[in-house]
Write a protein that binds this ligand. Structure first.
Ligand SMILES: [Zn+2]
Length: 100
């Protein structure tokens, strides 16, 4: 199990505690931790807006069966993908600019 999977399971556990009646005494702390996780994620999206492309693992190309090299279709060969949170921030900014 990777650290990323463990972190996701911990966040899921926090969400369950925050929403359900499993541990009513810890509900406030769970919400606080969830908000802290969201803030850290938004900070990460601001500082590091790109992540490695999952299709080519950041290489930008695929090796064919006969020794050929093709550019990755998902990232157009740059090996980077915009994070989901950054896409949300960009959409909000676009919407705000449209309203002005
Ligand atoms: Zn790629």
């Amino acid at each position: 199990m990777t650290p990323k999977t463990l972190f996701r399971l911990a966040v899921l556990g926090l969400l369950i505690v925050a929403v359900s009646d499993v541990a009513p005494g810890a509900r406030g702390a769970a919400w606080l931790l969830l908000v802290a996780c969201a803030l850290v994620y938004m900070l990460a999206c601001w500082v590091f807006p790109f992540r490695k492309c999952p299709a080519c693992k950041g290489l930008g190309c695929h090796h064919g069966g006969f020794g050929g090299v093709k550019l990755c279709k998902r990232c157009d060969g740059d090996g980077l993908k915009l994070r989901a949170g950054r896409r949300v921030v960009n959409a909000i900014r676009r919407h705000r600019n449209r309203l002005r």
